[in-house]
Structure formats: structure tokens, C-alpha cells
Design a protein around this ligand. Structure first.
Ligand code: C2E
Ligand code: MG
Ligand code: MG
Ligand code: MG
Length: 283
């Protein structure tokens, strides 16, 4: 009858929920060991100067090489790391690994900058300016080659401590990027209050700019405004030659996306650079 059916539905629901909670719990406790077991990886996605077609930098994007689940994307574990507070250890590992990579590239004659994503949880005490200075010094990396990507959301606190975090990083010569621009609110007010070096236009705008006129108009407006404020703009998620041509025509400074390269492990980075260089030849 209806009651027993209802009962069965509930018990199935409960079981499903228990499994989801267990899975989450297991993943969270696995994550605790991921650093010491050397399971975290950084992939690098080239950032291209759109006018010249040259690669000027890369964004470091984290993956977790899980022994049972394979390569886990960040959307599945970054929030877990944030909730458990592990994000501070993971973020420190990320920064140190990026600095080591920059030193290795520098030794190979490759002078590019790298950006690192920073979670709201890490600001201002999880990843202090002193931590960043120490990581750069450990590997002999010039500060201007390290970029920190923050989102509007992570600056939402608007506290004096957040502002001080931002200012002291910039005063030390590190670059600050505003990630996923256009997806939060009060973007314009934020640009005035929080001084950043570069704006990254969210890929949702780039995706639809060929079909939806308002998305193209917004990108144009952001590029124009940013240029007036002496800021640089990176367009995320460039997937087609058509999008690239439109962004070039608009005068957007930099871009990244599958059209150039997916995020790749360090071993594949030179091949990605060669592919992008040959795109430039064809243009
Ligand atoms: P994000 O910082 O906005 O990174 C851009 C995301 O877009 C990346 O996803 C990248 O692989 C993807 N992407 C790049 N080009 C294209 C394209 O042409 N088309 C499409 N469809 N996607 C493209 P990913 O690597 O899965 O990272 C997702 C998010 O996870 C990042 O968004 C960032 O918020 C977070 N994340 C990644 N690594 C870290 C990290 O080390 N620390 C922290 N706190 N967050 C991280
Ligand atoms: Mg980012
Ligand atoms: Mg982004
Ligand atoms: Mg994002």
C-alpha cells in the first residue's frame, strides 16, 4: 500500500544519503593523505597575448590523482578542502610546486608567469603575503612572475584585513587577478575598491559572444573600462577561431582556452607551446 511504499522510498532515500555522506567522508579523509602520498598534480594552461599570439603565462589548475577514482577534477575536491580547512595546506603545496616549476622553466630559458587560484578560505590568514614571499624566495622567483587569482566572492568580506592582504601582495610586486569576472555582483564598485592588476572575463561570456550580442557588448565594455583603468583583461574559455577573431578585434589583451590548449601536465607543456606557435604561423 501507499504507506509501505512511502516507507520504502524513505529507506532508499536514507540509504542513498548514507552512501553519499560516506563517499564524501571517505574522499575527505583520503584528501588528508593526498599531499603526503604525492597524489596532487598541477596542470598548466597557456595564457596567450592575443595581439602577438605568443604565450606569456600559464594558469596552474589542480587535479587529484586518486588511486581508486583516477584523475579527480578540482570541482570535486576543492570545496571539500575548503570545508575541512585542508585548503590551507593544499594551497601552500600548490604555491611551492608552482615556484619550483617556474624555476625549472627558467633554467630551460622559458620566462613566463604563472597564476595560482586562491580560495576565499585562504584570505587573509591561510595564505599570507609572507607565505608567498617565502615561497618565491625558496625557489628564486621574481615576484612579478607570480599571479594570484581571486574571485569577487572571496573579496566579499570587504574587511580591512582583506584589503590589507591585497595591498601588501601588490606592494610586494605580485600580480592579483580577478577571476570569473561578470558572474558576481557589484563588479564595477569592486574594481574601484579592490585594486587588482588583471580581470579575467568568465568563459560564459566568451562562449556565447558569437550568438548573443549582449555578451559581446559586455566584453567590449569591460575591455574599454579596464584599459581606461590601466588594467589588463584575460578572456577565459576561448574554444573557436571565431571567438579568437572577435576578441582580437575588440582589443582584449590576453586569452586562454581549448582553442590554444587544454590544461596539460608539465611534461606536455613544451608540445603545447609548439602547437600554439604553429597556430600563429597559420594566422
Ligand atoms: P577557474 O580558475 O575559473 O579555471 C578555469 C576552468 O576552465 C578550468 O577548469 C579550466 O580547465 C577550464 N577551461 C579552460 N579553458 C576552457 C575552455 O576553452 N572551455 C571550457 N569548457 N573550459 C575551459 P578546472 O581545471 O576544472 O578548474 C575548475 C575550478 O577549480 C577553477 O576555475 C578554480 O576555481 C578551481 N581550482 C582549480 N585549481 C585550483 C587550486 O589550485 N586552488 C583553488 N583554490 N581552486 C582551484
Ligand atoms: Mg582561475
Ligand atoms: Mg575563471
Ligand atoms: Mg571558476
Amino acid at each position: 500500500d501507499a504507506r509501505s511504499q512511502g516507507g520504502r522510498r524513505w529507506s532508499q532515500f536514507d540509504q542513498g544519503m548514507i552512501h553519499a555522506v560516506e563517499r564524501r567522508h571517505n574522499l575527505a579523509s583520503d584528501l588528508r593523505l593526498a599531499i603526503e602520498r604525492d597524489e596532487l598534480r598541477l596542470h598548466y594552461q597557456p595564457i596567450v597575448d592575443l595581439a602577438s599570439g605568443r604565450v606569456v603565462g600559464a594558469e596552474a589548475l589542480m587535479r587529484w590523482q586518486h588511486p581508486a577514482h583516477g584523475l579527480v577534477p578540482p570541482d570535486y575536491f576543492i570545496s571539500l578542502a575548503e570545508q575541512s580547512g585542508l585548503i590551507n595546506d593544499i594551497g601552500a603545496w600548490c604555491l611551492d610546486t608552482v615556484c619550483a616549476q617556474l624555476a625549472a622553466w627558467q633554467a630551460d630559458g622559458l620566462d613566463i608567469h604563472v597564476t595560482v587560484n586562491v580560495s576565499a578560505r585562504q584570505i587573509p590568514d591561510g595564505l599570507t603575503p609572507a607565505h608567498v614571499v617565502a615561497a618565491a624566495a625558496r625557489h628564486g622567483i621574481a615576484h612579478q612572475r607570480i599571479g594570484l587569482e581571486v574571485t569577487e566572492g572571496s573579496l566579499l568580506g570587504e574587511s580591512a584585513a582583506t584589503l590589507e592582504w591585497l595591498d601588501s601582495l601588490r606592494q610586494a610586486g605580485f600580480r592579483v587577478y580577478l577571476d570569473d569576472f561578470g558572474t558576481g555582483y557589484s563588479s564595477l564598485a569592486y574594481l574601484k575598491r579592490f585594486r587588482v592588476d588583471t580581470i579575467k572575463i568568465d568563459r560564459a561570456f566568451v562562449r556565447d559572444m558569437g550568438r548573443i550580442a549582449s555578451d559581446r557588448v559586455m566584453i567590449e565594455a569591460v575591455v574599454m573600462m579596464a584599459s581606461g583603468l590601466q588594467l589588463k583583461v584575460v578572456a577565459e574559455g576561448i574554444e573557436t577561431a571565431e571567438q579568437l577573431a572577435m576578441l582580437r578585434a575588440i582589443g582584449c589583451h590576453f586569452g586562454q582556452g581549448y582553442h590554444f590548449s587544454r590544461p596539460v601536465p608539465p611534461a606536455e607543456f613544451p608540445a603545447a607551446l609548439a602547437r600554439i606557435a604553429s597556430l600563429g604561423d597559420a594566422a
